[in-house]
Design a protein around this ligand. Sequence first.
Ligand SMILES: [Fe+2]
Length: 465
Amino acid sequence: MGENIIQRFAEAGHQIHPDAVAMIQKHEGSVEALVQDILTSLDDSVLVITQEHVRNVLRQTTGVRVLSDITDESTCVGDYDEFVLYFRDRYAKLSEMIRGRVSARPIESLNKVQGEITIIGMVSDIRNTSNGHKLIELEDPTGMFPALLPKDKGLLGVSNRIILDEVIGVTGNLTNDGRLLIASNVMWPDIPVRNEPRRASEQVCAVLTSDLHVGSKTFLEDAWSRFTKWLNGDLGDDDQRLLAEKVKYMVIAGDLVDGIGVYPDQEKELLISDIYEQYQRAAEYLEEVPPRIKIIIAPGNHDAVRQAEPQPALPKKITAMFERLNVTFVGNPSLIELSGIRALIYHGRSLDDFVATLPGLSYKEPERAMVEMLRRRHLSPIYGERVSIAPEKRDHFVIDSVPDVLHCGHVHTMGLSKYRGVTLVNSSTWQAQTEFQKRINLEPVPAHVPVIDLSTMESSILKFA
Ligand SMILES: [Fe+2]
């Protein structure tokens, strides 16, 4: 075993001190993953690996780290200039991802060029022509240009998936007069095909949940208490207890409480009509969670923060109620690291836009809409519909670094799937159907909890309904 470790480092050009080898051997989680983490942390100048190197990696890969979050960073006042900066940042980041795979021309340089060319642009208009083709307008910092997606070139399935304000690459040939691009291919920024998720070097699990809606008459108190009993090892067989023991994190992706005045006549469906009392009660429910579990809470559209996204973390007046608990409050969206695994948390308001815009998507399979986020490397591309976007200088919805987990809620259904190595979770709800949901025909799938083993990235669904 020790020789294997020495060999692994020798192959990478490093020697290792026997004390450091002993430290790695004593590690309780996956030794292979730890060796991998140490190797990636080193630069070529390190000749002999010491205990200090191992300790640094262990420190970094255990516990919670917040990598990116709008909280305390918001600069926006909503000026026109800010929208310009916001969209410029979106274009710069997303076009760069496509440019890594194809060489493209700025729009101003197009001039009756012969042969195949690619433009990378933000989609500013989409039209159907009278003969069934799609005509789109692409915009880059140098100009605007129309592209035609002919219905008979195998692009029909593709052209139906193009949405406004997203950034795509379009390849094709210019017409003879040089004024229109006839498309033959469309590219999205997307996740690299060979993307491999990280794996935690310790054997720990995370439970992902959202949409508790504490304060609502239909909050499922009994189901919640079965869940916390399970977490405490008081429910289920030995295997279940063993799994529960491994849970080190609980992530809540928004809508901790039902809020007030969120939709018409909501007060008729509230058990607790004071917003602070709702949070007080939520803190009591979270007290049932064993203290060894680190809780991470992001807000949603029912929570008491600004509705425009990105949303900052809950305010001090509310977080103070959770002081006795092991909670980290983050914004929406935010990128966090749990034992070295990157999880992108987004409540999921834009799922409404995706389902309304893209053919074939439904609330029953929210994970399919989440694939569309990854494909576009953007959590909320459509501007001016259901999501009210605050124009920050940076587009916080761009999926810059590829996460290992994308966690949404909002739609109150359950989704679990994988796309190019990224685990996609939509984490159900703890609220049964409300009168309002009955009217809009929303059928919730409550009290389902996805649990992810962070050392293998395998996941399963626990049911407490
Ligand atoms: Fe919700």
